[in-house]
Ligand binder design. Structure first.
Ligand code: GDP
Length: 358
């Protein structure tokens, strides 16, 4: 499954956030290299539609989609040159499908900042610079090889051209993801460049930031067009210990309506380019994960690999239409249930039953 790699400077709250993500008591010491081993945290994607479906179909349980986060050891200046945890860091982050950057915006005199001040813009630049330098190193190795290949093989010319364009972007200090509209990203895929991965920014904030729309808009602008999530990692790690009622009360004290982890799961899911479709029956109401743009047979293949091959058609109703009708039978007689073929591109919120030839 696809993963988001959590990165950030030391002491920004990565371990605290990761603990909340995994509900595990991982060591969260006030120490730069507290998180050395990569770990995976799997969180449910909150989806209120599942409860509604379970009601309509009298399902025994609901099964949400999930999002996976990998905790990656702290990045430091010089990581791209193999200093400190650099090499391990780069190897781990290369395996992630997207980069989830944790940025400190909370003020706390008791928590040391590596650079002695809280400055989100500069922290983002520090991390992005390291990632850009790592990509430039990749380029230094790849370009001579691509030039050679392009001389003898015409069909390698687009790969070389794409790499040269990417190098120019990197030389100007920009991430490839932020410049992806100008790049032939398909041709670049073989290089597995770090800054071409989708970015998601998590601002580890305190109440002052979380209740200031202006401040959040400022920070959002800093990272646009990437997604930004605002949460208080310390509060999140406390929330997971509480029952629903107490959790709601604690959230209210910092002016929030839902746990930040919910927003993080949604944003992570979105950043990975994923979407869900829904199935429901007496046993379970369930959300299934597909890539955005997946066809009906590909969607069927997520339930069982055989279903993609043996796909015949999909019976599809949109969640909203189904809820309005109140039952599958009523939706059917109202003409809201469509029969879709193998070219159908799944839409978010499709409630589906597949017909297959097994
Ligand atoms: P990491 O090095 O990025 O993994 O950072 P940690 O999660 O270990 O956090 C470093 C220190 O900051 C710990 O003492 C945490 O308790 C504290 N911390 C983390 N998140 C917050 C937060 O949102 N607010 C405050 N005040 N402290 C936090």
């Amino acid at each position: 499954s696809l993963t988001l790699g959590i990165v950030g400077l030391p002491n920004v709250g990565k371990s605290t956030l990761f603990n909340a993500l995994t509900r595990n008591e991982v060591l969260a010491a006030n120490y730069p290299f507290a998180t050395i081993e990569p770990n995976v945290g799997v969180v449910p994607l909150p989806d209120t539609r599942l409860d509604k479906l379970a009601e309509i179909f009298s399902s025994q349980r609901t099964v949400p989609a999930t999002v996976s986060f990998v905790d990656i050891a702290g990045i430091v200046k010089g990581a791209s040159e193999g200093a400190g945890l650099g090499n391990q860091f780069l190897a781990n982050i290369r395996e992630a499908n997207a980069i989830c950057q944790v940025i400190r915006v909370f003020d706390d005199p008791d928590v040391v900042h590596v650079d002695d001040r809280v400055d989100p813009g500069s922290d983002i630049e520090t991390i992005n610079t390291e990632l850009i330098l790592a990509d430039l190193q990749t380029m230094e190795r790849a370009l001579p090889r691509l030039e050679k290949e392009a001389r003898t093989h015409k069909d390698r010319r687009p790969a070389l051209a794409a790499a040269e364009a990417a190098k120019e972007i990197l030389d100007s200090g920009r991430t490839l993801f932020s410049a992806r509209a100008e790049l032939d990203t398909d041709e670049l895929r073989e290089l597995n460049l770090l800054t071409l991965k989708p970015f998601l920014y998590v601002f580890n904030a305190d109440e002052g930031v979380l209740t200031s729309e202006d401040r959040m808009a400022e920070l959002r602008e800093l990272v646009a067009p990437a997604d930004a999530v605002f949460l208080d990692a310390k509060v999140e790690s406390e929330l997971i210990e509480l029952d629903e009622e107490s959790a709601r009360e604690l959230l209210e004290t910092i002016g929030q309506h839902e746990p930040g982890l919910h927003a993080l799961a949604r944003a992570g899911f979105h950043t990975l380019g994923l979407q869900t479709y829904l199935t429901a029956g007496p046993k379970e109401a369930r959300a299934w994960t597909i890539r955005r743009g997946a066809t009906a047979p590909q969607a069927a293949g997520v339930i069982h690999t055989d279903f993609e091959r043996s796909f015949i058609k999909a019976e599809v109703v949109s969640f909203d239409d189904l809820v309005e009708a109140g039952s599958m039978a009523t939706a059917r007689s109202a003409g809201k249930v469509r029969m879709e073929g193998k070219d159908y591109v799944m839409a978010d919120g499709d409630v589906v039953e597949f017909r297959h030839g097994n």
